[in-house]
Write a protein that binds this ligand. Sequence first.
Ligand SMILES: Cc1ncc(COP(=O)(O)O)c(C=O)c1O
Length: 394
Amino acid sequence: MTSNPLAWIEDELEQLQKAGLALNIRTLESPMDAWVTIDGRRLLNFCANNYLGLANHPRMRRAAQEAIERFGVGPGAVRVIAGTTALHIELEERLAAFKHAEACITFQSGFMANLATVPALMGAEDLIFSDELNHASIIDACRLSRAKVVRYRHNDVDDLRRQIDTASGYGRGMIITDGVFSMDGDIAPLDAICEVAEANGLILMVDDAHGEGVLGRGGRGIVDHFDLHGRVHVEIGTLSKAFGVVGGLVAGKRSIVDWLRQRGRPFLFSSAMTAPDVAACIEAVNMLEESEELVQRLWRNAEVMRQGLVALGFDTGESATPIIPLMLGEAALAQDFSRRLFAAGVFVTATVYPTVPMGKARLRVMNSAAHSPEDLDKALAIFAQVGRDLEVID
Ligand SMILES: Cc1ncc(COP(=O)(O)O)c(C=O)c1O
């Protein structure tokens, strides 16, 4: 009898279960919002990237519905073969104007935007300097490019300079950093990194997935936050977090955007965002351009939660943004904490290995403009209770 070629997968899955590291995905019975329904229970939601509460906003829903009436639901084929809708062009022009970038191109997701961009700019002869905590999609994009990758210490500009000074014998060079680091909520020192890139003639790319709609004036992102317009060559963003929909964007130098329309493989070989997604994203841009209220409310809420959690005695790490980690250490503790929160009415998933290093498990408290002041009070009271029960705080 031949052996089962998939037996190793079954073994691995069993090991994950035994080690308490298997991902347990909850099923939602309601829209993504400040409160969600799971297993028939209403829970306060503190784990979505729905920063501005747009995922279920009436204006967004209406925009998507109108686009379905006008353009239907499916793109039919990739844009280079079957053409593109006027909506897609409008969104790209609106995003470029919103972000004060020369041009913009959209992709199916932020992950795809990274997979398109890095291999289109870098090849086997080239060298990429990448922050050691960069997102998985950047790591995969770098691998796909076949360029040599040098990892520099997290947010350490001196180490970046040292690595550049000792590197030799490569063709083109590029620095890539996350803007806001998604597991810690800290911000890259993009102004200093930009100076290093300019001094060394390197392309600079920032992935602003968690800064889009959050940082900068009215949510214009990290380039605006540091006032680096025109100096960062390429900015990656996602439309699935603050924008509340799904999709990715690349904004920056027109030559790069034009090049991606010719050589970005997910653009050439995979169908685009759907028309209702695009229309909802245009509505998000409208809302952000009309008022800064949602962005301000997000930051107010995040500060209430940060100060409340710190006052209770939790370790919130290096966070400087609405991503607030509660550093707990062991995966089992983080999972127990998450389960108890869930039982008490708060939904926050535990973040464990391999998403974060072993021994650095945490809960990521993700804040949103959608939360009311009463939501925040209620959540803090529940965090306090569970934290004391588990002796994480006094
Ligand atoms: C830094 C970063 N880049 C890219 C992505 C992927 O974005 P998307 O969900 O749109 O694929 C994420 C999402 O977690 C992210 O945090």
